[in-house]
Design a protein around this ligand. Structure first.
Ligand code: BG6
Length: 480
């Protein structure tokens, strides 16, 4: 039995993130019976919205059993108020307190604050939480999500300001990629299997490519996106997290700090990224004209040079990886939606077969969609012919695991924050190194006003990106 109640306070409850991610994740936890028996969910935002309208809005984002949906909606409360007035937070506190007393007067009340708000108001909202809303009987934890600044200086400023208000142990910085099933699987795959570890280095691998592709454009988010661009939006956080898990040394234990220590160590070995090893692109309308150009999106200046595509080569200066390229690629408005890690092995020392028959072994970890791990192998073509065929050892999750019901990344992360487990969250020094890696490159790109290469909506992206991969030894094989 729970001897503590939980109050989740969603700040920015009327916004898109709350509707699309936060509330649906809370609903899934509710369906799985993973929320404490006394849970109160309070939304806060500036807009005046009737509670019935608010519930309707949230219901749009929920999938599943109608009866359960109603039960969940019954837990919701909403209050509107300003973000920058102490008085407003004090009033809000009275409401939360009254609800907690009503629901469970004799237990301690934990409070989880979810900041689903734009970064421009992170600090004023944090001051509001700090000054008025902290729990007096249980813990108070705060979940925040990027953008954490837009370069090293602004990120340090933010870290400094937040650090004055909350302890690191109470802050949970989300990078939702860490909540994805296949990203968590990376550690198991690497460190629980005898067959991979001996091969996991430049001695046997020729390149590692981490790709993030989306088949949609910025679609109304242009105003936000144009301030950041794809490198800050995806590469600096999601792809770098995947890179660190793929490349780090084994941690001392599975403890959150031990893992993060290894990630930070790895990130510190990344060499400055060279501008001539970077390709930038921006999407333009396709031939049919059905899909708009990036600069057609609301809030994007017509002459914007913000990249919606980026490919960059990373060099890690440590004994395991020195000399072997990591190629990171990400883009919007491409031919498909897919995120994967592709480990391409060196050619075997071949003296038996014709060279052109020997395509490379590849280990592919498909993060989404269609979670899978597969290994490309060469096999004798069955039958009387003596030729070689490329095949796969294929672990496709949908086939292997019956009734697969993978939790959404946010669901996993909110649950971990409730448990106080920092494992899948970003530590302050980790964020700092990430900005140290990207800030010089971003400054160069912006100072030189580097023009992105246009690519058509729905294409594979800028041509130069394929050339970059080729230059760094990546060989395109069948089925790629
Ligand atoms: C977000 C970016 O962090 O990740 C978006 O801001 C991007 O631009 C999104 O679309 C991708 O997340 P997912 O889970 O759909 O791969």
């Amino acid at each position: 039995p729970d001897n503590r109640s939980l109050t989740v306070v969603v700040l920015g409850a009327s916004g898109d993130l709350a509707k699309k991610k936060t509330y649906p994740a809370l609903f899934s936890l509710f369906l799985r019976d993973l929320l404490p028996s006394t849970t109160i969910i309070y939304g806060y935002a500036r807009s005046h919205i009737e509670i019935s309208d608010f519930k309707k809005r949230i219901a749009q984002g929920l999938k599943g059993n109608e009866e359960k949906k109603q039960e969940f909606l019954n837990l919701l409360h909403y209050h509107s108020g300003q973000y920058d007035e102490k008085k407003a937070y004090d009033e809000f506190e009275k409401l939360i307190d009254a609800e907690e007393q009503k629901k469970a007067s004799s237990v301690a009340h934990n409070r989880l604050f979810y900041m689903a708000i734009p970064p421009s108001i992170f600090i004023e909202v944090s001051i509001g939480i700090q000054g008025s809303l902290l729990s007096k009987s249980g813990w108070s934890r705060v979940i925040v999500e990027k953008p954490f600044g837009r370069d090293l200086t602004t990120s340090r400023q933010l870290a400094n300001d937040l650090g004055k208000l909350f302890k690191e142990k109470d802050l949970f910085r989300i990078d939702h990629y860490l909540g994805k099933e296949m990203v968590q699987n990376l550690m198991v795959l690497r460190f629980a299997n005898a067959v991979f570890e001996p091969l996991w280095s430049k001695s046997h691998i020729s390149s590692i490519t981490i790709t993030f592709k989306e088949d949609i454009g910025t679609e109304g988010r242009g105003g936000y996106f144009d301030q950041f661009g794809i490198i800050r939006d995806v590469m600096q956080n999601h792809l770098l997290q995947v890179l660190s898990l793929v490349a780090m040394e084994p941690p001392v234990s599975l403890n959150a700090d031990d893992i993060t220590n290894e990630k930070v160590k790895l990130l510190r070995c990344i060499q400055p990224i060279k501008l001539d090893e970077v390709v930038l692109g921006q999407y333009v309308s396709d031939d049919s004209g059905k899909h708009p150009s990036y600069t057609d999106d609301d809030g994007v200046p017509k002459d914007s040079v913000t990249p919606t595509y980026a490919a960059a080569v990373f060099h890690i200066n440590n004994p395991r990886w020195r000399g072997m390229p990591f190629i990171l690629k990400c883009g919007k408005a491409l031919d498909e939606r897919k995120t994967e890690v592709r480990i391409q092995f060196k050619r075997p020392d071949n003296f038996l077969f014709r060279d052109e028959e020997i395509s490379r072994n590849e280990l592919v970890m498909r993060i989404q969609p269609g979670e899978a791990v597969y290994l490309k192998l060469l096999t004798k073509k069955p039958g009387l012919e003596n030729s070689i065929e490329q095949t796969e050892l294929d672990l496709s999750y949908r086939h292997r695991f019956e009734n697969l019901d993978l939790p959404d990344a946010y669901e996993r992360l909110i649950l971990d924050a409730i448990k106080g487990d920092h494992n899948l969250f970003v530590r302050d020094d980790e964020l700092d190194v990430a900005w140290q890696i990207f800030t010089p490159l971003l400054e160069q790109i912006e100072n030189l006003k580097v023009q992105p290469e246009p690519y058509k909506f729905g294409s594979r992206g800028p041509k130069s990106a394929d050339e970059l991969s080729k230059k760094f030894g990546f060989v395109r094989s069948l089925g790629y």
